[in-house]
Write a protein that binds this ligand. Structure first.
Ligand code: 13P
Length: 287
């Protein structure tokens, strides 16, 4: 059964480790992540962006697939199904479809509007027992070939949003989605420290987990980060393993063209990436 992310993140914050959010794109992704979480006895959050939700034939399809897999594969570790960077409308659709967690990304609205919309969603999520992530300070990344550097959140605005009663808070601290450019300045720990001082027990979320060096991840966890989002790294691992399979001509040998064979190296590569991250984040054995 899907669970809200509240309990797993409260435990993570108190225990000084982080739970990984791994974004899913299809059945192989979902299966690889769930089986790895179960094998390592780790809680896990499955992230679904609005684009990925559309790709997977709609939010209800995703809920059906994930719920079925939890049952049929005997997954007993805590699993939250989470909307990643949801629009205001997208949040309502996912609540209706049966997601157990949502992110409302109001970071592009003026702060007053972000507060008003987040407040409304807090009331609805509380009533339904769904966890809610809010965002302050937009997280940059590659859009149309241009890499935006990402904003650094204002700690006071973070406190204003945290005080609304959200479950977890994503704050921009110089992190970006996708690969980091060579001239990246690194995470702003000063900002993270200031945010944690003002928001206390609130689990903080680090987006753009791909490519952040291990020492920075550890330091971020020590300063209150309890949820770390990883997407691109699984995509890169999957693509590389699939390319090797094709380049080695394996699809041309016997029934190597069978999708269950062709996608297997990619699925294994996702498992290895997820395992590495769960070990680094410290969530192994914490289910
Ligand atoms: P990456 O793709 O950089 O790992 O970021 C994932 C993320 O933050 C999803 O919200």
């Amino acid at each position: 059964m899907l669970v809200s992310a509240k309990e797993m993140l409260t435990k993570a914050k108190a225990g000084h480790y982080a739970v990984g959010q791994f974004n899913i794109n299809n059945l192989e992704w979902t299966k690889s992540i769930l089986l790895t979480a179960q094998e390592l006895n780790s809680p896990v959050i499955l992230g679904v962006s609005e684009g990925a939700g559309k790709y997977m034939a709609g939010y209800k399809t995703v809920v059906g697939m994930v719920n079925g897999m939890l049952e049929e594969q005997n997954i007993t570790v805590p699993v939250a199904l989470h909307l990643d960077h949801g629009s205001y409308e997208g949040c309502f659709k996912c609540i209706e479809a049966g997601f157990s967690s949502i992110m409302f990304d109001g970071s592009h609205y003026p702060i007053e509007e972000n507060v008003a919309k987040t407040k409304e969603l807090v009331a609805i999520c509380n009533e339904k027992g769904i966890s809610l992530e809010a965002e302050v300070g937009s997280i940059g990344g590659e859009e149309d070939g241009v890499v935006g550097m990402g904003e650094v959140a204002d700690p006071k605005e973070c406190k204003a949003i945290a005080d609304l009663g959200v479950t977890m808070l994503a704050a921009g601290i110089g992190n970006i989605h996708g690969k980091y450019p060579a001239n990246w300045q690194g995470l702003s720990f000063e900002t993270l420290d200031a945010i944690q001082q003002l928001t206390g027990d609130m689990p903080l979320v680090l987006h753009g987990g791909t490519g952040i060096p291990a020492d920075m991840i550890k330091k971020a966890i020590s300063l209150g980060v309890s949820k770390i989002n990883v997407n691109t790294e699984c995509q890169l691992a999957f693509a590389e393993a699939t390319r090797k399979y094709i380049e080695a001509g394996k699809d041309l040998e016997g029934k190597g063209y069978d999708p269950r064979k062709l996608l297997a190296p990619g699925a294994e590569a996702i498992k290895a990436t997820v395992k590495e991250k769960m070990e680094l984040f410290g969530s192994v054995g914490k289910a």
